[in-house]
Write a protein that binds this ligand. Structure first.
Ligand code: SF4
Length: 412
């Protein structure tokens, strides 16, 4: 008999206190840029924010004029998990800026994730910790201790984050009560398991004596004019006319069980082309293989533009602004699309919305099949534990196309 999905979710969520970081590889190439940033907010209808100066990716000097490096409250947020987790932490930065407008606010993330935050108007500084690239915990601790932070918040519940907090020298350390090494934190906050990950992260505010508010619940991923221009240049080179309608396809994921089949993506690409949308394959270098397979299966007639592996991570947000719709697996582009307000259809297999990582976006639909073995992992796995992989194998292109029609109001 299948387990109750709700209790299965709770069990998976509790077990996830281990390190949730990448499997050692950076799934996206990225190129940092020092150009002025664009400030469009993700939520549909949200106001345009002013451009901000680019921030250093490491070092200790604040780039935001008017906020002192030494005299103001210095807050560090430690989030060295996956790219998607970093995107889902951006509302916490917004909330901290609201409750501490004069604080110096720093995020500590992996080098892979840093480009996602370069244009975040709520951050003063982005520090990187190359934990998979050989930087020792002692080395990053030396940098953190030198920076003399007053407060630490840790959305990432890993052992490594606990150790970092413990030896950081930071007097007030806020973490989750169910995280690894929770005793390393001076203030422990309950993590609301039944809530979206955005709201779980925002719960950390309570450790500083503040309640999250509705206005905090907005994702942000920005980009610079450089990325915007690179996207336009690639489109021009491919002969795409200005104003042409584009449909993004992200067939990759670091986890094999989270990938819907290349045949399915190819069938959707052909149908999109028939409906007047130019399909564009997006992804990092690790996704280039599956993207090429989708392109081959879709055939020349579909006119698929393959940008996977040819576009930096930071340009992903620029691509999202150019798309009429995105079809993706449950992976980081899903959350970047939510941050940019791009209509999205997401195919979920081994994961479910109940785990807390559903699209944080009204104009999104999830396509999935009902199986008692779902969910079987917080992040999916390398192999199907049941051996049949029906959670993805049973999803049909017709289901995805119906969801596309729905999300686009029948305009696909
Ligand atoms: S079919 Fe079931 S067991 Fe296999 S990967 Fe999907 S959810 Fe997990």
């Amino acid at each position: 008999m299948g387990r109750n999905p709700r209790s299965r979710n709770r069990s998976l969520l509790r077990r996830s206190g281990q390190d949730l970081s990448f499997g050692g590889r950076d799934p996206w190439a990225f190129a940092a840029s020092g150009q002025p940033t664009r400030g469009k907010e993700g939520s549909p209808g949200a106001p345009e924010l002013p451009a901000t100066a680019a921030r250093p990716l490491s070092g200790e000097a604040p780039s935001r004029p008017g906020r002192s490096n030494r005299s103001c409250l210095r807050i560090l947020v430690v989030q060295t998990a996956f790219l998607g987790d970093v995107v889902l932490t951006t509302p916490l930065f917004r909330a901290l800026r609201r409750v501490a407008p004069d604080a110096h606010l720093t995020a500590l993330v992996t080098p892979a994730a840093a480009p996602l935050l370069e244009a975040d108007p709520h951050l003063d500084e982005v520090l990187t910790y190359d934990k998979k690239g050989g930087e020792s915990l002692a080395a990053v601790l030396r940098r953190v201790r030198r920076a003399r932070f007053d407060r630490l918040l840790a959305p990432h519940r890993s052992h490594r984050s606990g150790l970092l907090a413990l030896f950081s020298g930071i007097p007030v350390r806020v973490g989750f009560a169910d995280g690894a090494l929770s005793w390393a934190y001076t203030r422990r906050v309950d993590r609301p398991l039944d809530h979206h990950e955005v709201d779980r992260n925002l719960a950390l505010l309570r450790g500083l004596g503040h309640e999250p508010v509705e206005a905090d619940r907005v994702l942000h991923v920005g980009y610079t004019e450089v990325e915007g221009a690179s996207v336009e240049a690639m489109l021009e080179q491919a002969g795409v006319k200005p104003g042409a309608r584009l449909a993004g396809l992200c067939p990759g994921s670091i986890w094999p069980t989270k990938r819907w089949g290349a045949e399915g993506f190819a069938a959707v690409a052909r149908a999109l082309a028939d409906r007047g949308l130019r399909p564009v394959l997006l992804g990092g270098p690790d996704d280039a293989g599956v993207a090429s397979e989708v392109q081959r299966l879709a055939g020349d007639r579909s006119g698929v533009l393959n940008a996977a592996g040819r576009t930096p991570l930071k340009a992903l947000a620029a691509w999202m602004d150019r798309l009429s719709v995105l079809v993706t697996n449950d992976s980081a582009p899903l959350h970047v699309a939510a941050a940019r307000g791009t209509p999205t259809v997401a195919v979920f297999g081994p994961t479910t919305r109940g785990l807390g990582f559903a699209p944080f976006h009204a104009a999104a639909r999830v396509v999935e099949v009902s199986l008692s073995c779902r969910p079987c992992g917080l992040h999916g796995g390398r192999r199907c534990p049941e051996g049949h992989f029906r959670c993805m194998g049973d999803v049909t292109p017709d289901q995805v196309l119906r969801a596309l029609d729905d999300v686009l109001g029948g305009a696909a």
